[in-house]
Design a protein around this ligand. Sequence first.
Ligand SMILES: C[S@@+](CC[C@H](N)C(=O)[O-])C[C@H]1O[C@@H](n2cnc3c(N)ncnc32)[C@H](O)[C@@H]1O
Length: 292
Amino acid sequence: MSRVSLRPAVLEAVGQLQVAGVHSPHTDAEFLAAHVLGVERSRLALAPMLTAEQLAEFRKLVDRRAERVPLQHLTGVAAMGEIDLAVGPGVFVPRPETELLFAWALAHLEAAGHEHPPIVVDLCTGSGALALAIAHARPDAEVYAVEIDPAAREWARRNADRQAAEGDTPIHLHAGDVTDPNVLAPLNNRVDVLVANPPYIPEDATLDPEVADHDPHRALFGGPDGLSVITPMIGTITRLLRTDGVAAVEHDDTHGPQVAGLFAATGRFTAIVEHPDLAGKPRFVAARRTAD
Ligand SMILES: C[S@@+](CC[C@H](N)C(=O)[O-])C[C@H]1O[C@@H](n2cnc3c(N)ncnc32)[C@H](O)[C@@H]1O
């Protein structure tokens, strides 16, 4: 079987992706090559040749990436913590900045110790990313996830089933609206750690084609000011957390003070802290529930 060298094919792809305006052409070309070869990206150097079929497949994927189809829709996976999630049309692709929320949750679960199974809630779970990554890292946790969108829930169900089949503690996946005053009512005043990455982009924002054309509208936009889900969701968070339970809410980089203000306005939170992301932009607010 004739084989061609991978390196020139990758360099050609980088050029094509650059011209198409893809933000990380080199990384994406390598991820697509690794996907076609069935190896980790870090091990591409050990697989320096492509068959003619693999080259054709690689070029097809690069063409689609150049049309600004998200990389994760082409490879079919996105990472969170130590797990891979199946993603594609109909569900939000988990972002690297949300890893901060995952790390924050793990740190709080660690600080809480291992004596009692902690109760964890992930509001607006999408693919199940945060809920499943937490369940994987903390098998003792009882993890609940809420998602309103049936298509997103199907992806979450598929991911949850696979993680459970691989031995993780199954999560409880709920169809529900996080702004509903009764959502997860049996957990009122019982939740130890709550995370939420809700839709938070203001409606008039200009977005890259990968986002605007491929992430579901309902996953992105939070009304004219971006706060239409977060504002009522703070009531849900207040209701669910036990005394000294903690919550973290991801937000648009323009909303740090507003989200902190929404927690403060309830009069039920202390230790309200604005956290930046890796680029130094305001990214999530964390807070601790006080006694009623
Ligand atoms: C930004 S995505 C985050 C998904 C996931 N948590 C992650 O980080 O990858 C927001 C998710 O919230 C869901 N959503 C939007 N409004 C909701 C609501 N009122 N109640 C429950 N889920 C909602 C969307 O369908 C979408 O899956």
